[in-house]
Design a protein around this ligand. Sequence first.
Ligand code: NAD
Ligand code: IPM
Ligand code: MN
Length: 367
Amino acid sequence: MKLQVAILPGDGIGPEVTRQAVAVLQTVADVCGHDFQFESHRIGGTAIEQDGTPLPERTLSACLESDAVLLGAVGARKYDHCTGAMRPEAGLLALRQALGGFANLRPVQAYDAIADCSPLREDVVRGADILIVRELLGGLYFAQPRALDQNGLSAYNTMRYSVEEIERVAHVAFREARTRRKHVTSVDKANVLETSQLWRRTVTETAKQYPDVKLEHALVDSFAMQMITTPARYDVVLTENLFGDILSDEASVICGSLGMLASASIGGPVALYEPVHGSAPDIAGRGVANPFGAIQSAALLLRYSAGLIEEAEKIQESVQRTLARGLVTADLAGRRKRLPSGTDAVGEAVVETVADLLRSQMAYHAV
Ligand code: NAD
Ligand code: IPM
Ligand code: MN
């Protein structure tokens, strides 16, 4: 299979983890005889430095011409004081909007091999397998009007959702639930916000087309608590943009580290894959970043943009085998106090494992 992938390493640890994800994809291509073409482009702070904008025209057009986009992370401390379009994050938001992926899938799986890495009790996290479906192109992130008032003494953003925006992401959540445990928890703040009241009504209405899927509603404040006290209770969690942003970082605690989480933004013409974490300026450049979130994003890319389900599953299996061998970065030392390996060593272990698994599968099919 031929696949053109735009690679946007970005800032901070972005390039460090993206390198490992690309190496895994290249290994899959080499072993299985696929033709994956990678082309790197600038985004975020790196692009502001070199091109004067966080999303250069060249980057955007290359992404739109690709079959899929794999991004590392954006963000750098030197832009913390900036507002508006000259922030690295503005480049990512503009890219998301241009690519049109309104459904951001963030799987949260507690792997047994690293159950001791969560600050939560092992018996609490074991078996947790949640898919957060975050609406990605609406709500407070994009609605107008928004501004910092000229006097600098007040500012406002607009929270807005249309029925159509809610329906389309709800359909994705219900369809995903059908492939899983057929349960959707829709999270909102319907006791206060009109947007949430519309959200709840629309999700309830959409659910009628999926009578085999059980729907429950939850308020975001108590849900934030219940998600980490009883994570195994949840299957698909559907929510709006800002709640989904916050809840997914919180959910990473269930897995043991924010560095584990991957994401896929689907529904538009070109899907975007990126780890959930940011550029982690506190550890950037030291070769210690956890690459599993980026590698698992590459697995999602094969699944959703290439339909290469077996290859995607082999990447997932390799991640779990690598973790089971105790080969982890420092964020996953855990209560067992594993000796940390560097980003490259962990990535290389996944590469070797995925090559072995794919080769033995091919040998098995050839018999
Ligand atoms: P962050 O996710 O970068 O880091 C939070 C904490 O988690 C830090 O202590 C960091 O060291 C740790 N961490 C994150 N990823 C890790 C990994 N792969 N391995 C090991 N440890 C990891 O969040 P932040 O510090 O709040 O934000 C830093 C910058 O990243 C900001 O500019 C923010 O806007 C940006 N950001 C970008 C994205 C993105 O590009 N998708 C996502 C979130 C934040
Ligand atoms: C994420 C990030 C982004 C978001 C930022 C960097 C714009 O936090 O992908 O979770 O808020 O969506
Ligand atoms: Mn976030």
